[in-house]
Ligand binder design. Structure first.
Ligand code: FAD
Length: 354
C-alpha cells in the first residue's frame, strides 16, 4: 500500500533530524526513513575514543544546544549519540527506523520512495544519507597481496584489537590523526602514520569553531558576490584535540610519507626499504551515499549531484543535505547543517504552497 505525504526525508542522522526540526516548524506532513535500528546516525558506529573537534555548544543542531559533557571540552561520540537521541524525542520527529530506502523515482508530479518496509509518494524528498556507508579505499599497488588485516575507519574500534601488532595508519585528516594517536597512546601497538602530504595541524588554540567561522565567511562572501575567501583547507587539516596533542607532544606520532606499495607482509617505502606490518587502517575518507537516487539519473562530476544550494538542479523536488561543502559550507558538521536544512525546508514550503 503506497503512503502519501508532503516530504520524505531519507536518513535520520543529524542532517535528517535538522530537516525534521524545520519541517515540523513549517507544519508540513513528513516522515523520516532511517536504515539504522536506533537513533544517532553514524555517531553510534564510531570508535570508542572519538572526540568532537569542537566544544559542545559549537556542535549544536537547530533549536537545542548540545549540553557540555562533564569533564570534557570536546565531547565523545557516545555523548553525541545521547544528544541526537534526545533531539529526535524532544521534537517528536517521525523517524521510521530499520527502514532502508532502495530507490527514489519520478512519478508524475510526485516522487516515489521505495523502501524495504513500504512505498511513499511525496511532493518533495530530502536525501540526508551521509557518507559513512560509502568508505573510500584508494587503489594502492599490492593491496590484494598483503596478508595482514586491512580495515577502514568505519571498522576501527579500539587499540585492544591490535595489542602487540605493527599497525600502519594511512591518512592525513582528523580520523588518521585521532586513530594513530589512539593506538600510539595505548602503548601496546607499534604505530606508523603515513600521509600523502605533510600532516598539517591547525594551531593548538584553533579548533572546529574556527573551521565553521571560515566556512561561514566564505559562504557570506560568495552570497554577496565578493571573491572566494577560500575554504577551511587554507587553515590546515587536523584539529589538535587533546589525545592528538598528547601523542604529538610525546613524540609518538611518527609521520612518514606514503609507502609505494604493500607486500605480503608489510610496506615498501619510496627509498626501497621495507617494514613489516600486521595491519593497515585506511583513514582515507568517504563518498556520499547516493545509490538510492540512481533511478533519477542525476549524477555529475566526482560522484556528486549538481545542486543550487541543496536543491538538485535537474530535479527541483529533491534536496541533498549534509554531504559536505557542495551542499552548503560546513553542512557535513553538526553546527553547519542547521542553516542549509532551514533553507531547504523553506524552499520546499514555498514550492508546495504554489
Ligand atoms: P550520518 O550520521 O551518516 O547519518 C545518515 C543516516 O542515514 C544514517 O542513520 C543511515 O542509517 C541512514 N541511511 C543511509 N542510507 C540510507 C538509505 N538508503 N535509506 C535509509 N536510511 C539511510 N562533525 C562535527 O560537527 N564535528 C566533529 O568533530 C566531527 N568528527 C567526525 C569524525 C569522523 C570520523 C567522521 C566520519 C565525521 C565527523 N564529523 C564531525 C562529520 C559529521 O558530523 C558526521 O559525519 C555526521 O555523522 C554526518 O551526519 P549525517 O546525518 O549527514 O550522516
Amino acid at each position: 500500500m503506497t503512503q502519501h505525504t508532503d516530504v520524505v526525508v531519507v536518513g535520520g542522522g543529524q542532517a535528517g533530524l535538522a530537516a525534521g526540526y524545520h519541517l515540523r516548524r513549517q507544519g508540513l506532513d513528513f516522515v523520516i526513513l532511517d536504515a539504522d535500528p536506533a537513533p544517532g546516525g553514524s555517531w553510534q558506529h564510531m570508535w570508542d575514543s572519538l572526540h568532537l573537534f569542537s566544544p559542545a555548544q559549537h556542535s549544536s543542531l537547530p533549536g537545542r544546544l548540545m549540553p557540555a559533557q562533564p569533564g570534557e571540552t570536546y565531547p565523545d561520540a557516545g555523548h553525541v549519540v545521547d544528544y541526537i537521541t534526545d533531539y529526535e524525542k524532544r521534537y517528536d520527529l517521525p523517524v521510521q527506523h530499520d527502514t532502508r530506502v532502495d530507490a527514489v523515482r519520478p512519478d508524475g508530479d510526485h516522487l516515489l520512495v521505495e523502501a524495504d518496509t513500504g512505498t511513499w509518494r511525496a511532493r518533495a524528498v530530502i536525501s540526508a544519507t551521509g557518507t559513512w556507508s560509502r568508505p573510500f579505499l584508494p587503489t594502492v599497488p599490492g593491496r590484494s597481496v598483503f596478508t595482514g588485516r586491512q580495515l577502514h575507519t568505519v571498522s576501527y574500534r579500539s587499540p585492544a584489537d591490535f595489542a602487540g601488532q605493527r599497525v600502519v595508519v594511512v591518512g592525513g585528516g582528523n580520523s588518521g590523526a585521532q586513530i594513530a594517536a589512539d593506538l600510539a597512546l595505548d602503548g601496546r601497538v607499534e604505530v606508523t602514520w603515513v600521509t600523502q602530504r605533510p600532516a598539517r595541524f591547525l594551531p593548538d588554540d584553533i579548533d572546529g569553531r574556527a573551521l565553521f567561522d571560515v566556512a561561514t565567511a566564505r559562504r557570506r562572501a560568495l552570497e554577496e558576490g565578493r571573491s572566494d575567501t577560500g575554504g577551511v583547507a587554507s587553515l590546515g587539516d587536523i584539529v589538535a584535540v587533546p589525545p592528538v596533542r598528547s601523542a604529538r607532544d610525546a613524540g609518538l606520532l611518527n609521520v612518514r610519507p606514503m609507502f609505494t606499495r604493500l607486500t605480503a607482509d608489510g610496506v615498501r617505502w619510496p627509498d626501497g626499504s621495507h617494514s613489516g606490518a600486521d595491519a593497515v587502517v585506511w583513514c582515507t575518507g568517504f563518498r556520499p551515499a547516493l545509490a538510492h537516487l540512481a533511478p533519477l539519473n542525476l549524477r555529475g562530476p566526482r560522484g556528486h549531484i549538481p545542486t543550487d544550494g541543496t536543491r538538485a538542479l535537474s530535479e527541483p523536488r529533491l534536496h541533498l543535505l549534509g554531504y559536505g561543502d557542495w551542499t552548503g559550507p560546513a553542512s557535513a558538521t553538526l553546527i553547519g547543517v542547521g542553516r542549509p536544512a532551514r533553507d531547504a525546508v523553506q524552499q520546499i514550503a514555498r514550492q508546495l504552497s504554489t
